[in-house]
Design a protein around this ligand. Structure first.
Ligand code: 0X9
Ligand code: ZN
Length: 396
């Protein structure tokens, strides 16, 4: 491969930077080989779209030579907070889920409190255990009447697959709260109707804890790969596993693992989705990019029900956009990039083409994964609008 001379644009930057500052570095990616070189480097990605063209990375100044060494051209576009400068999980307990990010145990406490206050409508089931022995919980939201009534439609909603995408934990908490409140009040019960919604608030508890204790920008789980750490849970599902947009290298942020469902987190979501009767819809929340994405991810070929997926996605997007912030929709592989082994492809495939989406929440890159707490409430409202639109589209 042609070796470029690194071009560093540090003008006016280094002067203002503190000793602890990290750098947002835009790397030129002219070829698939260069993209592999970059992703397999084990350096931290700082973008939702590691694609040909340019890709942003989060690097300490001391890591810049690693790009030089690989012959990758780049420029520094801004400084970043040192991702190793983390709050720790022992900070004073958060109380306001509308305006503060919650740790793993706070999120569990929040959902357990919904179970305690609305026992008729909310139930908890442990669907798996992480590598570091943390529980993976799913919470069931539905009226008790559904036990005797007509077969209800079942939905699954998951958050915090990617550890650093903190806003996804906030939105699933809000959806849970709104579902519980809606079910418990006769005036709003019709919003939810006979439906049963299962929420897995934290698919990746080990990775999420690690973003609080050690590295704010960690994405994967904490699997010991022998010399590297972590499997990308959203490359570990069976559909298209091993294909384009996933890596066989343990150090990559998109490492697919040794086999489909090699990871307990992925297997837990699979088992839940396979167990639900009358499966009617799936949303996997991610950030960032403000996109409603539908299958396929693993191929640019059209899915069998493309027309239906697109019209549901348009309804979700329209519902979100009434709040004023603009999301767009599209088939994941063409609107974003090809990614093999993702959740929504698997769920769509295995559950008879049930509408399945990845929703990439705010923002479009200004703050990225570190969305300011002031944007938690409006983003939660957007997600709840999308949820209601999905219910409406699928029908009761
Ligand atoms: O790459 C992913 O897993 C998702 N983006 S993220 O930045 N949150 O990691 C997107 C998955 C959706 N599918 C495709 N982009 N093909
Ligand atoms: Zn993600």
């Amino acid at each position: 491969m042609k070796r470029w001379i690194a071009f560093v644009c540090l003008v006016g930057l280094v002067t203002g930077a503190g000793a602890e500052d990290w750098l947002r570095v835009r790397v030129e990616v002219p070829s698939p080989a260069a993209l592999d070189l970059l992703l397999d480097s084990g350096l931290t990605t700082y973008t939702c779209e590691p694609t040909l063209g340019t890709t942003d990375m989060a690097l300490s100044p001391s890591q810049l030579p690693e790009l030089d060494f690989r012959g990758l051209r780049y420029k520094v576009v801004s400084t970043l907070k040192n991702p190793y400068d983390v709050p720790g999980e022992e900070r004073p307990q958060a109380t306001d889920y509308r305006n503060e990010y919650f740790t793993f145990s706070e999120i569990v406490g929040f959902f357990d409190n919904l179970v305690a206050t609305r026992p008729k409508y909310v139930r908890r089931v442990q669907i798996g255990t992480s590598i570091q022995n943390r529980p993976i919980y799913a919470y069931r939201f539905g009226g008790p009447s559904v036990l005797n009534g007509p077969p209800s439609k079942h939905y699954a909603i998951v958050g915090l697959t990617h550890a650093r995408e903190w806003i996804t934990g906030s939105v699933v908490m809000h959806i849970g709260k709104m579902l519980a409140d809606s079910l418990a009040s006769p005036s709003t019960r019709s919003l939810v109707g006979q439906r049963v919604t299962w929420i897995v608030p934290v698919v990746n508890p080990d990775g999420y804890s690690y973003t609080w204790t050690t590295n704010r920008l960690w994405r994967k789980n904490r699997r010991n790969n022998g010399g590297s750490t972590g499997v990308d849970i959203n490359r570990n599902y069976a559909k298209g596993w091993g294909g384009q947009g996933s890596s066989g290298s343990g150090s990559s942020d998109t490492y697919r693992g040794t086999a489909p469902f090699s990871e307990p987190e992925t297997a837990a979501v699979r088992d839940l989705v396979l167990a639900l009767p009358n499966f009617a819809g799936f949303i996997d929340f991610h950030s960032y990019s403000q996109l409603v994405l539908w299958p396929w991810s693993y191929t640019t070929a059209s899915p069998p029900t493309a027309g239906q997926l697109q019209s549901v996605a348009i309804a979700l997007r329209n519902a979100i956009n009434t709040g004023g912030v603009v999301y767009t929709q599209g088939q994941a592989s063409t609107a974003l990039y090809i990614a093999a082994g993702t959740s929504k492809d698997y769920v769509y495939d295995v559950r008879a083409n049930a509408p399945s989406f990845t929703i990439e929440l705010r923002d479009t890159g200004q703050f990225g994964f570190e969305l300011p707490p002031s944007q938690i409430t409006p983003t939660q409202n957007e997600a709840w609008s999308a949820m209601l639109a999905l219910f409406e589209q699928v029908g009761s």
